[in-house]
Design a protein around this ligand. Structure first.
Ligand SMILES: Cc1cc2nc3c(=O)[nH]c(=O)nc-3n(C[C@H](O)[C@H](O)[C@H](O)COP(=O)(O)OP(=O)(O)OC[C@H]3O[C@@H](n4cnc5c(N)ncnc54)[C@H](O)[C@@H]3O)c2cc1C
Length: 515
């Protein structure tokens, strides 16, 4: 049976149908795909082929399980098609532009951002995405991994059965990995103005002159900066008092300053009240923090105000799986749903909405489903990163978490202006901040704001996982000059606090005797 969609399998997100996107589709939704004959019963049926679903299927198949994987749209899910991969490709192009723009200090002729070939940046993104898509291809899962790949919409028909394209798949265990989608706030006129979300923003082939970004969380902040650098006049509206509300205020403030400095118009504490379409333009009525109302004109609107789990249409009731429309499938620490046969992983059930979290959770779900139920989500140490410039990366506890839990901590912070490599790179805006359990060197959390904070945070994550304290980090030799030296500098700040008056007095006596 052929599963091709009327639009050739493209669906939202995958336009234009140029050579790159056709190559992508040939991998992630082949138009001539034939679903296999279902096996009598599967060890594992996986609903959704985003990161959580792909990893679940690959791990289970690698363990010898008979696996079916069902995808209604594009293999690779959000991360590959409309999330991490396209956003990070666009961000990289934008960073290049910014670096080139700053080269005027070196006599390189200055240029206006709108001289940048926006279409070329987007084409580069499509080329990279198509290349990476081979890894997630339907053919690879079928031919290399031996998974039965079904393209079509999955819904539960019974507690141990799903239905796809009129066929029934019976299972011993299942993993729900149907992900999440962008939330659209119920603002009058917004839906009619056809705003873009992450599902459609990467379809752009030409630069919108004016872009309004609604939401100052990680996705909004990353894309506002990137599209600003690529020559759009960006206005970012955030209802809260600052960007990146989840991160520490000192980290958010640096990102905020940078965006404003680059020309992104930030409207903080502002609420969008109404949108009116005027020809090709959209007029946004905005109430500022003080109550004043103003109008913003935009050619495109990007909505990035949060994610809602994909639980509708799955007929979860028929399988005895409890869910919440806002937080998704209800799972315990083993990622098991209220139907003991059925597990869930990824954005559909977790507050950590990251690819690496979906990957790690899938491994937990599959091991618990196929073997003894021992793996726990709460055992994971989860870092994350917002890919603005500078990046903001975090792992473990924030100060506020420690305060809420009554854990006494000591905090050590080194500004990047004290790290030579950051100075030579002209990337001094940032810091490394570590929290340790008071009176010990045990690391409980860290925030790093730096050009490549996402790379640097792994050293701290490793230390937490490996139970290595600041004393160990102090003894690790870091190549000079690197920005990661900032982590060692923090360890140095910690060790200096170990020098108590008694230790200092003993040392002074010793030195006096040795003179
Ligand atoms: C713009 C953007 C940038 C991001 N950047 C990053 C980043 O830099 N780093 C990071 O770690 N994370 C990032 N994320 C988050 C990351 O993309 C998600 O956390 C990750 O994709 C979650 O994987 P998942 O498998 O849970 O869900 P998804 O990737 O959403 O996959 C779910 C799949 O299930 C399918 N599906 C849904 N319902 C059904 C059904 N009934 N039947 C069959 N199939 C179904 C969907 O079509 C989809 O393919 C970003 C997200 C966005 C939107």
């Amino acid at each position: 049976m052929t599963q091709a969609r009327a639009d050739g399998g493209a669906g939202p997100g995958i336009r234009p149908l140029d050579a790159h996107n056709l190559r992508l589709l040939a991998n992630v939704h082949p138009a001539d795909w034939k679903n296999p004959e279902p096996a009598p019963r599967y060890n594992l049926v996986v609903l959704g082929a985003g990161t959580a679903g792909l990893i679940s299927a690959a791990v289970a198949a690698g363990l010898g399980a008979k696996v079916a994987l069902v995808e209604r749209h594009l293999m690779g899910g959000d991360c590959l098609n409309v999330g991490c991969v396209p956003s990070k490709s666009v961000i990289r192009a934008a960073r290049r532009v910014e670096e080139a723009r700053l080269a005027h200090e070196l006599g390189v002729p200055a240029f206006a951002r709108d001289a940048v070939d926006f279409g070329a940046a987007m084409e580069r993104m499509r080329r990279i995405r198509a290349r990476i898509s081979a890894e997630d291809s339907a053919a690879r899962y079928r031919d290399e991994l031996g998974v039965d790949v079904f393209l079509g919409e999955a819904r539960f028909a019974a507690p141990d059965e799903i239905e796809v394209e009129g066929r029934r798949l019976r299972f011993a265990k299942a993993v729900i990995a149907t992900g999440a989608r962008a939330a659209l706030p119920p603002i009058p006129g917004l839906a009619q103005a056809r705003p873009r979300t992450n599902e459609t923003i990467f379809e752009l082939t030409s630069r919108p002159r004016r872009l309004a970004v609604i939401g100052g969380g990680p996705i909004g902040a990353e894309l506002a900066q990137a599209f600003g650098r690529l020559g759009c006049e960006v206005t970012l509206l955030e209802a809260g008092a600052r960007l990146l509300p989840r991160e520490d205020a000192d980290a958010a403030e640096i990102v905020q300053r940078r965006l404003a400095g680059e020309g992104v118009r930030l409207l903080l504490g502002a609420s969008l009240e109404q949108v009116e379409s005027r020809g090709d333009a959209k007029a946004l009525r905005v109430r500022a923090a003080g109550g004043a109302v103003s109008e913003i004109l935009a050619d495109e609107i990007l909505v990035a105000v949060g994610r809602v789990p994909n639980v509708d249409g799955l007929n979860l009731e028929s399988a005895g799986v409890e869910y919440d429309a806002r937080t998704g499938v209800v799972v315990n620490d083993h990622l098991q749903s209220t139907n003991p046969r059925i597990y869930a992983a990824g954005d559909v059930c977790m507050s950590w909405k990251f690819t690496h979290a979906a990957d790690a959770a899938a491994k937990i779900a599959v091991q618990n489903a196929l073997f003894v139920r021992t793996k726990r989500l709460s055992s994971l140490v989860m870092p994350w990163c917002t890919y603005t410039d500078p990046e903001v990366a975090h792992v473990g506890l924030y100060e506020r978490d420690a305060a809420e839990r009554g854990i006494a901590i000591d905090t050590y912070r080194i500004p990047l202006e004290q790290v030579n490599r950051a100075v030579t790179d002209g990337e001094e805006e940032g810091f490394v901040k570590l929290h340790v359990k008071r009176g010990s060197d045990r690391i409980l959390g860290a925030t790093i704001v730096a050009s490549h904070a996402g790379e640097m945070i792994s050293e701290v994550t490793l230390a937490i996982v490996g139970k290595l304290g600041l004393g160990t980090l102090l003894g690790v030799i870091h190549p000079y000059p690197t920005q990661a030296e900032g982590i060692k500098r923090v360890a140095g700040a910690w060790v200096r606090t170990r020098a108590t008056p008694l230790v200092k007095r003993v040392l002074a006596r010793w030195m006096a005797l040795r003179r």
